[in-house]
Design a protein around this ligand. Structure first.
Ligand code: PDD
Length: 287
C-alpha cells in the first residue's frame, strides 16, 4: 500500500504531494505544527492538541483553515487510509505561497500538510530500558510556547545527543532545564514528588505533560511545579520525559551519569502505566 498524505484538501500518494517553491514554510519557517499519538487506531488527547493548534495559529496570525470537527475527520481519514493502528500524526499549517517578502501576503491561502508515521509506542524497547539524555544550551527564540515549525535549535540539540550516544537533549537556560528537544522534562525527588517546570513562554505547553499531571494528581503523587537545575537532575531519584510520540519514557542517564541505579524508576513506570491505561480507555478516564 502506498503511503497516503494530505495536502491542501486532497489525500494523495506521497510522491504526488508537491508544495510550491515559494511556500513561506519553506522560505521562512513561517508556520506551526501539531503531532498526535495514535494507539489502537484512536487519537490520543486530540481535543487538547487541536486547542493548542488554534492557539499557535492565533499567536502567529495565520487563519485556522478548519474547525475542530473538520481537523478530526482529516486525522481519522489519514489514519484509516494508511491502515495505521499505532504511531504519530503530524500536520502543519504555513502562511501559504507568495513572492518572497517578509510582510504577510495579502491573499495567500494557508498550506495544510498532514502525514502519519507508524511506530510502536506502547511496547517500544526504549520504554523498558530507558534512554540517555545529554544537556545542551537552549538556543531557541523567546516564544517557545508556540509550536513553530522553526526547529533548527532542536535539530542541532538532538543531533548533538545522537553523536554523544544519547536519544534526547535536555536544553538548559540559566542553569535550569527548560525541556527536551521534542519532549517535556521531569525529575522525581528522593521524597517521591515529581518536578516539572511551570508553563511560560520558555517551554511548549506539552499536552502529554498536562494529561500526566492530571493522572498523577488523581492517584495522589505529589507535584512540585517549579524549575530544576542540571545538578538536581543528576541527583534525582528518577527522571523521565513525555511527548505525544512516546507518552512517558524513563530517562536513565544524564550527561553519562546514571540516574540513581540507572534503571527506570517505580514512579516513572507507574505513570507510564497510568497513561497507557488512559490512552486505551479514554472514555472511562474522562468520567
Ligand atoms: N514534540 N517540548 C517540545 C519542544 C516538543 O517539541 C514537544 C513535542 C513536547 C511535548 O509536547 P506533547 O506532549 O504535546 O507532544 C515538549 C513533538 C512530539 C515533535 O516535535 O515530534
Amino acid at each position: 500500500m502506498s503511503r497516503i498524505v494530505f495536502l491542501n484538501g486532497s489525500f494523495l500518494p506521497i510522491d504526488e504531494a508537491k508544495v510550491p517553491f515559494m511556500d513561506r514554510g519553506f522560505l521562512f519557517g513561517d508556520g506551526v505544527y501539531e503531532g498526535i499519538g495514535v494507539l489502537d487506531g484512536r487519537l490520543i488527547d486530540n481535543e487538547a492538541h487541536l486547542e493548542r493548534l488554534e492557539r499557535s495559529l492565533a499567536e502567529v496570525r495565520i487563519l485556522n483553515p478548519y474547525t475542530r470537527t473538520e481537523w478530526t475527520a482529516l486525522e481519522e481519514e489519514i489514519v484509516r487510509r494508511n491502515g495505521m493502528t499505532e504511531g504519530f500524526i503530524y500536520f502543519q499549517v504555513t502562511r501559504g505561497v507568495a513572492e518572497r517578502d517578509f510582510f504577510f501576503p495579502d491573499n495567500a491561502k494557508p498550506t495544510v500538510a498532514m502525514f502519519t508515521q507508524a511506530k510502536s509506542i506502547a511496547h517500544a524497547p526504549a520504554a523498558r530500558a530507558g534512554i540517555a539524555v545529554i544537556t545542551v544550551p537552549d538556543q531557541r527564540w523567546a516564544r517557545r510556547d508556540i509550536k513553530s515549525i522553526n526547529l533548527l535549535a532542536q535539530v542541532l540539540a538532538k543531533q548533538a545527543a545522537k553523536e554523544a550516544g544519547a536519544q534526547e537533549a535536555w536544553m538548559v537556560e540559566d542553569g535550569f532545564v527548560t525541556e527536551g528537544g521534542s519532549s517535556s522534562a521531569f525529575i522525581v525527588t528522593k521524597k517521591g514528588s515529581i518536578v516539572v517546570r511551570p508553563l511560560s513562554n520558555a517551554i511548549l505547553p506539552g499536552i502529554t505533560r498536562m494529561s500526566l499531571l492530571r493522572l498523577s494528581e488523581e492517584v495522589g503523587i505529589a507535584l512540585e511545579e517549579r524549575q530544576f537545575t542540571v545538578e538536581e537532575a543528576y541527583d534525582a531519584a528518577e527522571a523521565f520525559l513525555t511527548s505525544a510520540s512516546n507518552f512517558v519514557l524513563p530517562v536513565v542517564s544524564i550527561d553519562g551519569r546514571p540516574v540513581a541505579d540507572g534503571k527506570p524508576g517505580p514512579i516513572t513506570k507507574r505513570l507510564r502505566e497510568l497513561y497507557l491505561t488512559m490512552a486505551s480507555a479514554p472514555a472511562l478516564a474522562a468520567e
